[in-house]
Design a protein around this ligand. Structure first.
Ligand code: ZN
Length: 331
């Protein structure tokens, strides 16, 4: 790796859900008195989540995404809380998962790319629930705050799904300011999951490999991606996933950047891979199509002027930036 490579990475902007500005004070989480004192501060706030969606005030963006702590009790109390961190000005920020009954579903469902459920807080016309992807895509809150909402959603989703010990089945309790669960029966400690996902661009000289899944918006092509498996390095996962989904063999792998992806708790690890074969064989399961694209193709897709109407993922997604770094010739 040379200086130019690191300069390229340093120029890569913070993506959606990255760049959270809080000091996580992770070294103080065991200090219950410290955490309680933070929560009692008059400037303490909380990100409020219900049924996987952040609660936001209604109004014109950018919206203020954090509420005074007292709002938690006004909305029925929290199922779980976690200390997210401390803002630069010193104000602590917590996350609170409200009970499902605090909100009401009017219509829609959670299938598809964006969550189309319409959830309301009964009796509170000043509040609205919006799914996190839409918040990021529409810029409803400042980019920094999108990252904090992602942090809140990921940690609270983990609590909601891990109420029982995976070792013995007994109920577990929250510890370490919301960053651990403990089993009092078998003494097992459980830590929040982050699931590593490789997302990568295979390169064959002046062409890159993109694919599409049938459930994506029509015409959108993106980097291939897949979960890292136990016992596998990032490089091995990159090569395996590309081969599995497209039949393309790859050699060298280089890391570019990563992105938290709180759906529910992934970490996207962005890479490039050097292809050593050219004949595509789509698996038909994960991908419905994969093709080689030139830089000109990709630039046309960015600019929405591709002759076939093909597009790329939005700038909130790391795939967009992996593609842009390559297409703009920064490598
Ligand atoms: Zn246990």
């Amino acid at each position: 790796m040379n200086d130019a490579f690191f300069k390229t990475v340093a120029r890569t902007p913070a993506f959606g859900f990255g760049g959270a500005p809080l000091d996580r004070v992770s070294e103080r989480r065991e200090d219950a008195a410290f955490v309680a004192a933070l929560r009692a501060r008059p400037d303490a706030t909380a990100a409020l989540i219900a049924r996987e969606m952040p609660i936001l005030p209604r109004g014109e963006p950018p919206l203020a995404p954090f509420f005074p702590i007292a709002e938690i009790d006004r909305l029925g109390g929290a199922q779980f809380e976690a200390l997210l961190g401390i803002e630069a000005a010193g104000a602590p920020v917590f996350a609170a998962l409200l009970p499902d009954g605090a909100v009401e579903q009017l219509s829609g469902d959670s299938e598809g790319f964006l969550d189309r459920r319409q959830l309301i807080v009964p009796g509170r016309d000043d509040l609205a629930l919006t799914d996190l992807r839409s918040i990021a895509v529409q810029g409803l809150v400042a980019p920094d705050a999108v990252a904090v909402l992602g942090q809140a959603k990921a940690i609270l989703s983990w609590h909601a799904r891990h109420g029982f010990c995976a070792n013995c089945g007994a109920p577990t309790r929250v510890a370490a300011a919301g960053w651990r669960r403990e089993c009092d029966v078998c003494k097992a400690q459980h830590f929040p999951r982050t699931d590593p996902v490789v997302i990568m661009l295979a390169l064959d000289g002046e062409r890159c490999l993109l694919g599409r899944q049938s459930r994506w918006p029509a015409g959108m092509y993106s980097c291939l991606a897949g979960f890292v498996e136990p016992g596998e390095t990032i490089e091995e996962a990159v090569r395996r996933e590309i081969r599995e989904e497209s039949g393309i063999a790859c050699g060298e792998v280089a890391y570019l950047a990563s992105q938290p992806w709180p759906f529910p708790s992934s970490l996207m690890i962005g890479c490039f891979a050097r292809a050593t074969s050219r004949d595509i064989l789509v698996d038909g399961e994960e991908l419905e199509d994969a093709r080689w694209f030139t830089r000109d193709d990709v630039m046309a897709m960015f600019d929405k002027r591709h002759p076939e109407g093909l597009t790329t993922p939005m700038p909130m997604a790391i795939a967009h930036h992996i593609l842009r770094v390559w297409a703009e010739g920064d490598l």
